[in-house]
Design a protein around this ligand. Structure first.
Ligand SMILES: Nc1ncnc2c1ncn2[C@@H]1O[C@H](COP(=O)(O)OP(=O)(O)OP(=O)(O)O)[C@@H](O)[C@H]1O
Ligand SMILES: [Mg+2]
Length: 280
């Protein structure tokens, strides 16, 4: 990272059962946290499609949704009615979507409209349990979908995963997004968490008829942030109405529309991530 980054060190994850956390995490080769200082830029969409894209490449993948107040992953994979079952050792078995192992607080709520009213320490405990009390087994990748901002949830997961994990930062192209997304990059810097790269989502509009990409927002936030912080721009994903339809229908876009221009944009990002990680 460049001098934009003012390091503060990763504070201790004190009080956590470090041995159990270490044992669980030692079976997971690569951990990536999808985050952004900005809400609604497509973090969950990126997390779901990144996880699915890696699974389609033959990797064993877990997808952990730590958006405790607005879990989107169960809906995006049409798993709202699923409940994780427990092993004889009282570990939760992730819900399966094809080969993908999925865990979300959404599976533990009585109904999808239920509001979670938890203070910071409770949230930290729940996220810790998603590592200690879930039977993830051996994984090539664990993809984490974080809520917007730099609050308790991203802080807790980054402290648990440690500096071997990487952050995938999602932005939209506008300057107004760049201001908020900078905060996520500084957050990573302070925790000394490596940044795997930036994804500029909603980057132009993909015509549903001819596939041509038309820029509709002011552009360039992804590239500017990548340059300023000395990190890689992993790719640009256009606005494609089908992504939205697939998210609502619970069918991961990359699985059904791999051959479209947008599908190829996702595939290139998956290749970049998989290409440089020591998995498999
Ligand atoms: N490239 C895209 N093209 C079209 N629609 C998109 C695209 N990316 C995301 N969306 C849609 O935008 C909406 C918000 O996306 P998503 O829920 O992934 O954002 P988020 O950053 O996770 O939001 P939050 O901050 O609330 O967690 C969803 O309806 C999703 O389908
Ligand atoms: Mg989300």
């Amino acid at each position: 990272m460049s001098e934009e980054c003012q390091k503060g060190g990763n504070p201790s994850a004190g009080g956590l059962d470090a041995i159990i956390v270490h044992n669980r995490l030692s079976k997971i080769k690569n951990k990536l946290v999808v985050m952004s200082g900005k809400g609604g830029v497509g973090k969950s969409t990126v997390a779901v499609n990144l996880a699915m894209g890696l699974a389609m490449e033959g990797y064993s993948v877990g997808l952990l949704d730590i958006d405790l107040h607005g879990p989107s992953v169960p809906k995006m994979l049409k798993l709202e009615d699923e409940v994780p079952v427990a092993t004889s050792e009282q570990l939760m078995i992730p819900v399966s979507f094809g080969g993908l192992k999925v865990m979300s607080v959404g599976f533990l709520l009585r109904d999808t409209d239920e509001a979670v009213v938890w203070r910071g320490p409770v949230k930290m405990g729940v996220i810790k349990q998603f590592i200690t009390d879930v039977e993830w087994g051996e994984l090539d990748y664990l993809i984490v979908d974080a809520p917007p901002g730099t609050g308790d949830e991203p802080l807790t997961i980054c402290q648990l995963l440690g500096n071997e994990a990487g952050a995938v930062i999602v932005t939209s192209p506008q300057q107004v997004a760049a201001v908020d997304v900078s905060k996520s990059l500084n957050f990573c810097c302070q925790l000394e968490m490596p940044v795997a790269g930036i994804i500029e989502n909603m980057s132009g509009f993909a015509c549903p008829h001819c596939g041509e990409i038309t820029p509709i927002f002011s552009a360039g936030a992804g590239e500017q942030l990548a340059e300023k912080y000395g990190v890689e721009l992993l790719g640009r994903i256009p606005i494609d109405p089908v992504i939205c339809q697939d998210g609502d229908a619970g069918t991961p876009f990359v699985h059904h529309h791999a051959k479209t221009a947008t599908g190829r944009a996702f595939a290139e990002i998956v290749q970049k991530i998989a290409g440089r990680e020591p998995a498999v």
